[in-house]
Design a protein around this ligand. Structure first.
Ligand code: SF4
Length: 331
């Protein structure tokens, strides 16, 4: 079966309806064990040193892993993707552009998804059918999220990993659900607790720093809310929301205001003590930090990551001081 790389979450229902295998390039890049090699490969090809590592990773992953073609998100994700697509195309890689309409109009979203459906020769009925099949899986992910923030049984990393994997359901929703059920069974065996630890929310693009969640736990905290990753699950959508509206309700590709409203709700509901705002070096989204600091009323620590790997000493120290400060406030 054809493997279709994704630069971020797209209407994956179209791809499953077409019988191809969606592959989130971000997930392959960070778990490949070759992330630094991939970045170096892209730099040798001419990608600037002062460009986000994710972009360089995606470029190399699509060319060096077993990927037949790519769906590249040109609106609502990354300002670098348009240029990235042109370079891929110059190397002979087939790329289909997809845009989340920034005017948030239903008709425009319809055009975008219909264009994708035409390309893959599938109709709306088939896509809606896949959406219904994915619904119970998305609900089980929602349950795993509750095992994180309601009963404190699932770890922040488990929460991150399973939610972020909803961009492509690891290429196969059936085996994804089997693995998910096994993980849930394991998590349910742990005792439910009323957490006395510092409760944190994580916002921003998924971290390139691999030990962030363990570091938080090592400093007496728990991440009980992963903002973007949760948005990827679409689990809050009722089953009868149509595919066009569902992807209009997806908060990640649109304005920060809507995301901030979700975060404010989570602060109340999940009793968060603080927020980690993750930004990626050389990413335009770093500018959002100005508004995040203005509009979030609980303490915010901004952490910037650059290359894949473990946190550097400065990040560890800043995180430790932040947790100490939150502990003092809590007491
Ligand atoms: S972190 Fe920012 S610059 Fe990098 S791929 Fe994501 S949106 Fe683009």
């Amino acid at each position: 079966m054809k493997k279709v790389g994704l630069t971020t979450t797209v209407p994956v229902e179209v791809l499953f309806a077409a019988g191809v295998i969606p592959v989130d390039l971000n997930n392959i890049f960070v778990t490949s064990g070759k992330a630094l090699e991939y970045i170096e490969y892209s730099e040798v090809e001419g990608f600037p040193r002062n460009l986000c590592a994710w972009i360089k990773g995606l470029y190399a992953t699509a060319l060096l892993e077993d990927i037949d073609m790519v769906v590249g998100v040109t609106e609502g994700d990354c300002s670098n993707t348009k240029a990235l697509i042109e370079v891929w195309q110059s190397k002979g890689k087939e790329v289909i552009p997809f845009g989340f309409p920034q005017n948030k109009r239903y008709e425009t979203m319809k055009e975008e998804i219909n264009h994708l459906m035409d390309y893959f020769s599938v109709d709306l009925q088939a896509v809606e059918k896949v959406k219904e099949k994915l619904y119970p899986i998305r609900q089980r992910i929602k349950y795993l999220d509750e095992l994180t923030w309601k009963t404190n049984q699932a770890t922040g990393f488990e929460n991150h990993l399973w939610q972020v994997s909803c961009s492509d359901f690891n290429g196969n929703p059936i085996t994804f659900l089997e693995d998910l059920e096994n993980t849930i069974k394991e998590i349910e065996k742990r005792p439910a607790t009323s957490s006395k630890e510092i409760r944190l929310g994580y916002m921003g693009v998924p971290p390139i720093i691999e030990d962030l969640y363990t570091l938080v736990e090592g400093n007496g905290g728990r991440i009980v809310y992963n903002e973007v990753q949760r948005a990827f699950t679409m689990a809050k959508e009722p089953i009868d929301t149509d595919i066009y509206q569902m992807y209009l309700n997806f908060t990640y590709p649109y304005d920060l205001e809507r995301r901030l409203n979700e975060i404010k709700h989570a602060i109340e509901e999940r009793q968060l003590d603080g927020i980690i705002h993750y930004t990626q070096s050389f990413c335009y989204r770093g500018i959002e930090d100005i508004l995040v600091k203005q509009k979030i009323i609980i303490p915010v620590l901004t952490i910037e990551g650059d290359l894949p790997g473990r946190a550097d000493a400065r990040t560890k120290l800043r995180l430790e001081s932040f947790m100490d400060m939150l502990q003092d406030l809590k007491e």
